[in-house]
Ligand binder design. Structure first.
Ligand SMILES: O=C(O)CCC(=O)C(=O)O
Ligand SMILES: [Fe+2]
Length: 296
């Protein structure tokens, strides 16, 4: 265990997933180039400039958080759809769902003088009701600036996803997601982690994009952050990822309340945009639905 592992982008996916199973956190180095990073910085700067710091010790008195990143930055759309990340998310969350969705987008900027965030497991957002054998979250943190132990790199306790919930780490068990800008830190909803202390006069900026099973409530309300008039500019793939799609035969349908022609009655959200793909449109047999109501 110990240090968070750092690997290159050409590492075989089996190895990436096996590190994730073992440690519940890893860094993939050098994924974005400086052009990508400049675009993201420029896109986010106006929003970060006007955003206030957090209001409590968890969100951080010297930390800014900016959401709705897919609407605010085209490059962040590309990050959300990154093929390797999505392949990993699908593999990691696959045993617990038919499909996954985007759960959260946030640019987290830790400012000078910020103290450490309490170590926590992100699965706490669902109130602790979900049994721990179900993995609820696949998280990415894209380093827009360098992440160093001094400037607030995310603290992580590799392997703590397997611990009893009350076990606290020894100081030497806490590692840091130190990485160069352009790298991505991946962690799960079950591992202890938290923002780090910033002892420098620079800001640490990360783009957080989290994925979750499509049957869970999303942390960031995607339909309000990206209402249809904004989502219509997105690709069908991106719309489906944020939840404008069904999650099962009858899960997540909608009805247009103004429809007097019976066209948009109990249909898949793709229909708002004229898209027709609904992979759950047909039911093989009613018995399948009944059988599938419990996995064991
Ligand atoms: O900013 C970070 O490095 C981590 C933030 C975090 O874990 C959280 O807010 O849940
Ligand atoms: Fe967290």
């Amino acid at each position: 265990m110990g240090e968070v592992k750092r690997v290159s982008i050409d590492t075989p996916i089996e190895e990436l997933l096996s590190i994730l199973d073992e440690d519940a956190g890893l860094v993939i180095e050098d994924v974005l180039n400086s052009e990508n990073l400049d675009l993201i910085k420029n896109d986010l700067e106006p929003f970060l400039n006007v955003t206030k710091n957090g209001q409590d010790a968890f969100t951080g008195y010297e930390t800014k958080r900016v959401g709705a990143l897919l609407a605010r930055s085209k490059t962040c759309q590309d990050l959300a759809l990154h093929p390797l990340i999505n392949e990993m998310a699908g593999n990691f969350l696959g045993p617990h769902c038919e499909d996954y969705q985007l759960h959260f987008s946030s640019a987290i900027q830790i400012g000078s003088g910020e103290s450490s965030q309490i170590l926590h497991r992100d699965r706490g957002v669902w109130g602790g009701y979900i049994p721990r054998k179900i993995e609820t979250q696949f998280s990415t943190v894209w380093a827009i600036t360098d992440f160093t132990k001094d400037n607030g790199a995310t603290q992580v306790v590799p392997g703590s996803h397997k611990w009893d919930k009350n076990r606290q780490p020894l100081p030497e068990e806490v590692s840091y997601a130190e990485m160069k800008s352009g790298s991505v830190f991946i962690y799960t909803g079950s591992v202890l982690h938290g923002g780090g202390t910033n002892n420098t006069d620079q800001q640490r900026l990360g783009v957080f994009l989290h994925y979750a099973p499509n049957w869970l409530r999303q942390q960031e309300n995607q339909y309000l952050s990206y209402p249809p008039e904004i989502a219509k500019e997105f690709s069908p793939e991106l719309r489906s990822l944020i939840g404008y799609s069904k999650g099962g035969y009858v899960l997540g349908f909608y009805t247009d309340p103004t429809d007097m022609e019976g066209k948009l009655e109990s249909v898949s959200p793709e229909k708002i945009f004229g898209d027709s793909q609904d992979k759950y449109s047909t039911l093989a047999t009613p018995e399948n639905l009944v059988q599938g109501s419990s996995k064991k």
